[in-house]
Write a protein that binds this ligand. Structure first.
Ligand code: BES
Ligand code: ZN
Length: 632
């Protein structure tokens, strides 16, 4: 048990007593132990006496059958007594298991345990006493939750199929049998066989050369957690953007992507200067087809990126700053289980804002901070109180179903408060040291708090209050007096909106000329719940919102039109839902349709679109339109 947890209960009692005395001014009591799961409840493999430190994959990608088959050789370090190794799997067909050591390998007894709908199926292997490696021969299912197999028509070029993986949070086990917990880190090598003419890329040392025989070999010399294992196969071309950065994409997207993300090298330089060396070699981007269910995924050396952020004006590139920032917060210092996701995403959101300020200036920084704060406010209103805690129990829950803005925006706001209290130079020095001290380690919130005790809380006890820090981390909502970032530009946007709402100025007369995406987003997101048909028509005619090409603007507008039953946008709603697979857009739009009493239409659109959706998008949005619980 950690030093921190040991004395936490006393603190809870102190808080309860204090709150009984001054009932309304004290924060609510919270039970830290009850909020902290032991170990990683989402992996059957984490409690076994072995730890994987290297993996060698030999895989064949078969587009006809939509399966990957091959071998995974795991090299193991013993961490305790016992002979049973457990690996996580989901929908894998296991054909053989061998175990042994450098002297030789022989068949090992194994069994598949009972399947848990969230966690999958444990693969239990009995190892001989002197074994330090195990090799599993297996095949994936065409329905693997972590893979999407695309038909040629679902790609930009329309002529070749495409495959990509998305392992975070617990989907690596659907394409490799492994210890699928972020608490364990391993290096890897891989041989990947793909149809000739296609290219395979991984979260490893990609080279721009095309293998004429379709056989690609990868090395990943830095230790990574399993959720950062990544593979994509398609008709991919490469374009360098600078010495260390470049883009992989279908050739149809390549130029536009390289233009959009041309500032990546500057972001990298800035991050390195403030937070220490970039430890991963190259930093490239992979542009995926539009069905990619996330905005971006921080796969090491090769962030996976949705094409929906290619707006033509670099307005949505904070996503790149975000995935790049994970090279420090997340990939270098990693949350030890999904309960501690805020250590990855909160730190990364904070770093993103800082990088954006340095590259694009204070005004954009303020606007992006304010948009983040708005998103946080919306989540705080929407979510059950329990899910507004930075750390909350995840036992029995599907990580895909508890995904929200809270770990991102509340986590970032907490760090922003620390920065404000102790000053930027001191906080940057803290971060630099934190990334160095915990580099290539997986940590939980307790370890972070112990580290705070030894550093900031010891050095800045004049301005920092430990109880308040605990409240940030363990209590629901926001502590009283939490920072509320605002932007000068948005104050003007609000005045403009008010002029229009009051009828004082017609939409065509509003001063919106120099507005960027940020102002439009704030303008639309701040609209009242109800607008009249005439108002919607006036906005649409003046600003052509139904035809907006920027996906964020289109999304905000379409939400308004659904809420208010503005029929001229219905066609665009349907087109958007069937052409984009990013869940951040799909889920709120489907929810809005359901809330507007349009379930029938939502189901019709979903049924027509679902063959092109990623399994994750099918799972979360299918539940939503067919009336089951779905994440926000
Ligand atoms: N690592 C996340 C995506 C993720 C989180 C996948 C949890 C599965 C479980 C990635 O870095 C991310 O945060 N993406 C955001 C980017 C945005 C905040 C700029 C997204 O996809 O929208
Ligand atoms: Zn992230």
């Amino acid at each position: 048990m950690s030093r921190y947890r040991r004395f936490a209960p006393a603190l809870v009692i102190a808080l309860v007593t204090a709150s009984a005395l001054t009932a309304c001014s004290r924060p609510p009591a919270y039970d830290i132990d009850a909020q902290t799961d032991a170990g990683d409840v989402h992996s059957a493999a984490s409690a076994t006496p072995f730890s994987t430190y290297h993996m060698a994959l030999d895989l064949t990608v078969d587009f006809e059958r939509k399966v990957i088959e091959g071998n995974a050789l795991l090299r193991l370090e013993r961490t305790g007594p016992g002979e049973r190794l457990v690996l996580d799997t989901r929908d894998l067909a296991i054909t053989a298991v061998r175990a042994g050591n450098a002297q030789g390998m022989s068949p090992a007894p194994f069994e598949l345990g009972e399947t848990d709908p969230i966690i999958g199926t444990p693969l239990r292997i009995t190892l001989p006493a002197d074994a330090n490696r195990v090799e599993v021969t297996y095949r994936t299912s065409p329905e693997a939750s972590g893979l999407q197999w695309l038909e040629p028509r679902q790609t930009a070029g329309k002529r070749h199929p495409f495959l990509f993986s998305q392992a975070q949070a617990i989907h690596a086990r659907s394409f490799v049998p492994l210890q699928d917990t972020p608490a364990i880190r391993f290096t890897y090598e891989a041989t990947v066989r793909v149809p000739r003419g296609l290219r395979a890329v991984m979260s490893a040392d990609n080279t721009p050369e095309l293998a004429s025989d379709g056989v690609y070999r990868f090395q990943m010399p830095q230790r990574i957690p399993s959720y950062l294992l990544a593979l994509a196969v398609g008709k991919l071309a490469y374009q360098p953007m600078s010495d260390r950065t470049g883009v992989y994409a279908e050739v149809e997207m390549l130029e536009r992507a390289a233009y959009e993300f041309a500032d990546t090298q500057r972001m990298l330089d800035i991050a390195e200067r403030d937070y220490g060396p970039y430890n991963w070699g190259r930093y490239d981007l992979l542009i995926l087809p539009p069905s990619f269910p996330f905005g971006g995924m921080e796969n090491p050396r090769l962030s996976f990126v949705t094409p929906t952020v290619i707006a033509g004006d670099r307005s949505l590139v904070s996503l790149i700053a975000h995935e790049l920032a994970h090279s420090w917060s997340g990939n270098l210092v990693t949350n030890a289980s999904w309960q501690h996701l805020w250590l990855n995403e909160g730190f990364t959101t904070y770093l993103t804002n800082r990088i954006m300020e340095r590259v694009y200036g204070k005004q954009r920084y303020q606007m992006e901070m304010a948009l983040g704060y708005d998103a946080l406010q919306a989540s705080l209103e929407d979510l059950p109180a329990e899910q507004t805690r930075l750390v909350f129990p995840t036992e029995g829950r599907d990580p895909d179903a508890v995904f929200s803005d809270i770990p991102y925006e509340k986590g970032a706001l907490f760090l922003h408060e620390l920065e404000t209290l102790i000053g930027r130079p001191a906080f940057d020095a803290f971060l630099l040291d934190y990334f160095q001290r915990f580099a290539f380690q997986s940590i939980d919130t307790n370890t972070f708090l112990e580290h705070l005790d030894d550093t900031l809380l010891a050095e800045h006890d004049d301005v920092l209050d430990r109880d308040r820090i605990l409240e940030w981390i363990y209590a629901a909502g926001l502590p009283a007096g939490a920072p509320a970032p605002t932007s000068e530009a948005f104050v003007r946007v609000e005045a403009t909106r008010a002029q229009w709402l009051s009828g004082e100025t017609a939409a065509t007369e509003l001063y919106t000329g120099p507005w960027t995406y940020h102002e439009w987003k704030a303008f639309l997101d701040g609209m009242p719940e109800r607008l009249s048909d005439a108002q919607l028509r006036a906005l649409d005619e003046a600003f052509k919102l139904t035809r907006a090409r920027n996906n964020e603007i289109a999304f905000s507008w379409l939400l308004i039109t659904i809420r208010n039953g503005y029929a001229p946008a219905d066609g665009r709603v349907e087109a958007f839902l069937t052409s984009v697979g990013r869940n951040k857009y799909l889920t709120p739009l489907y929810r809005a349709l359901v809330e507007a009493g349009r379930e029938e239409e939502a189901r019709r659109i979903f049924d027509a679109a679902k063959d092109a959706y990623h399994p994750l998008s099918v799972k979360v949005n299918g539940g939503l339109v067919y009336g089951e619980d779905a994440p926000r």
